[in-house]
Structure formats: structure tokens, C-alpha cells
Design a protein around this ligand. Structure first.
Ligand code: FES
Ligand code: FES
Length: 106
């Protein structure tokens, strides 16, 4: 199993809807972080499907190393800082389909 790419150094806070099915990107390659856009094709990694029980904010892992997928468990605090933008295609906050609540750090 290949290691996932680190899409970002920390989590994304997103508003989720109850009973809607989401697919969290586990590979780190999606341009629609923290959600899957199909870019895992060709890897052995697959998205984590989940369905919230109620509306509300969730803190989803962006480093792809959490032990409580899809939610951040703080593991990112123990990872060395890297320049994720060197290997990960970036996108703008507010781009169609993007669910970032704040602009990604550059
Ligand atoms: Fe990363 Fe689908 S794009 S799991
Ligand atoms: Fe991955 Fe927090 S962002 S554990």
C-alpha cells in the first residue's frame, strides 16, 4: 500500500449535511480536498465513504495520516513541516465543489 500524499499540513473545517454520503480523499491527490475527485485512480488507495448523522461542522484530516478517518485526530501535529505545494496541485478556496471554509495556506 503506497503512502498517501500530504494534501495539507492540517485539517479542513467543513459543514456537512445529515444523511448525505461523502467520500473523503485518503490519497491526498484530489483537487477538491478534503473530498475525493477520483484522482486516486491508478493507486491502491481508495476514499473513505461516510454519512453524518446530523448537520454540522466537522474537522476532516488533510494530512492523510489520521487514525480516525475521515476525522482529524491530531496526528498532523507530530509530522514534520513540508512544502506540500511542491507536490500537490493546489486550488482556490471557493472553487466549484470546494468545501474549504478558509483559503489554503500558501
Ligand atoms: Fe484521493 Fe479519491 S482522490 S481518494
Ligand atoms: Fe491529519 Fe489532523 S490533519 S490528523
Amino acid at each position: 500500500m503506497p503512502d498517501p500524499l500530504r494534501a495539507q499540513q492540517g485539517p479542513s473545517r467543513v459543514e456537512l449535511k445529515a444523511r448525505r454520503t461523502y467520500f473523503w480523499c485518503s490519497c491526498g491527490r484530489s483537487k477538491r480536498q478534503p473530498f475525493c475527485d477520483g484522482s486516486h485512480a491508478g493507486t491502491e488507495l481508495t476514499p473513505a465513504r461516510f454519512t453524518p448523522g446530523e448537520d454540522g461542522e466537522a474537522v476532516l484530516c488533510g494530512c492523510k495520516r489520521t487514525g480516525t478517518r475521515p476525522f482529524c485526530d491530531g496526528t498532523h501535529n507530530r509530522l514534520a513541516v513540508t512544502d506540500a505545494s511542491a507536490s500537490i496541485p493546489q486550488h482556490e478556496a471557493g472553487e466549484a465543489g470546494c468545501l474549504h471554509l478558509s483559503a489554503p495556506k500558501s
